[in-house]
Write a protein that binds this ligand. Structure first.
Ligand SMILES: [Zn+2]
Length: 286
């Protein structure tokens, strides 16, 4: 009997998970089917970049861009580990070259570009590769007049690339200004967590900045702020809901509503894409 018991235990291992928020036991499959939102309390767990894109694009289909860009490790940085080892470990764990996937496809029938950040890759930090991939996505959106969505999940700039990673802030912001002048919409979606240099640049520069419920969003961490201003911070400080209340965000949108929210908003911001209008004109003429 005993070996059989052992076998059973091995088989059921990992099938059930405990929700971080409500502590209830949730079937792993139910959580996956629900895109990591707890079916019992609605807690929004973290979602990887690939699943995020599968969720947003029609039929889960999308094409990927700039997949061959790789960090050159410009500073040959070493902290507790070599940066090159960190990169190799993250690449092996995520099967990505860096902390972002840039994709194009249809969202409720409309051509869009979506960049999704991958938190599991060196903390979703923004180095030269992330900066370049986003800039190219912006330029592609501009050329094709297709709206851009960036889903952020990031610890901020990548320390191991020092000032070169900080320079990405300026590069991306300048490209976003050109996108704005070209009147192509950009929606920023902030997810848990979005902090540091990412909050300080493109995550807060959308025509609309929206966040998922309960996400941690901030620039510096609460301890640093408390030490600087010598005041206790209010409860819920740096959550999506707090930021919405204080005018830093335009909306807090549940994950299950995100796709339709983006679609409706884009209909409002860019009602008649050039292709569609032309196609309509041809139909009327014939
Ligand atoms: Zn829960």
């Amino acid at each position: 009997m005993k070996p059989e018991d052992g076998e059973k235990r091995v088989r059921t291992e990992g099938l059930w998970l405990k929700c971080e928020k409500c502590g209830q036991i949730v079937w792993r499959k139910a959580l996956e089917d629900n895109f990591q939102v707890c079916p019992k309390c609605g807690y929004h767990g973290r979602l990887d970049a690939r699943t995020r894109l599968t969720m947003l694009f029609d039929e889960g289909k999308f094409e990927q861009f700039d997949t061959c860009l790789v960090s050159t490790n410009p500073l040959e940085f070493v902290d507790t580990k070599k940066y090159s080892d960190r990169l190799a470990a993250s690449q092996a764990a995520t099967h990505l070259r860096d902390a972002i996937i840039s994709a194009g496809g249809s969202l409720n029938g409309r051509r869009v570009h979506i960049c999704a950040m991958e938190l599991k890759f060196v903390g979703g930090s923004m180095g030269t590769v992330v900066g370049e991939v986003i800039t190219r996505a912006i330029e592609r959106s501009m050329e094709q007049k297709a709206p851009l969505v960036i889903v952020s999940a990031s610890g901020g700039a990548r320390m191991q690339e020092g000032a070169i990673s900080l320079m990405q802030l300026g590069k991306i912001s300048a490209a976003l200004m050109r996108l704005d002048q070209a009147r192509v919409p950009y929606i920023s979606v902030l997810t848990d967590p979005t902090t540091g240099g990412v909050t300080a640049s493109f995550a807060m520069l959308g025509d609309l900045n929206i966040a998922e419920p309960g996400a941690l969003i901030g620039f510096a961490g609460p301890r640093v702020i408390e030490q600087t201003i010598r005041q206790k911070l209010p409860a819920g400080f740096q959550t999506s809901e707090f930021l919405l209340q204080h005018g830093f965000l335009d909306a807090v949108v549940k994950r299950e509503d995100l796709k339709n929210y983006l679609s409706k908003t884009l209909d409002f911001l860019a009602p008649a894409p050039a292709e569609k209008a032309e196609a309509g004109a041809v139909t009327r003429a014939s």
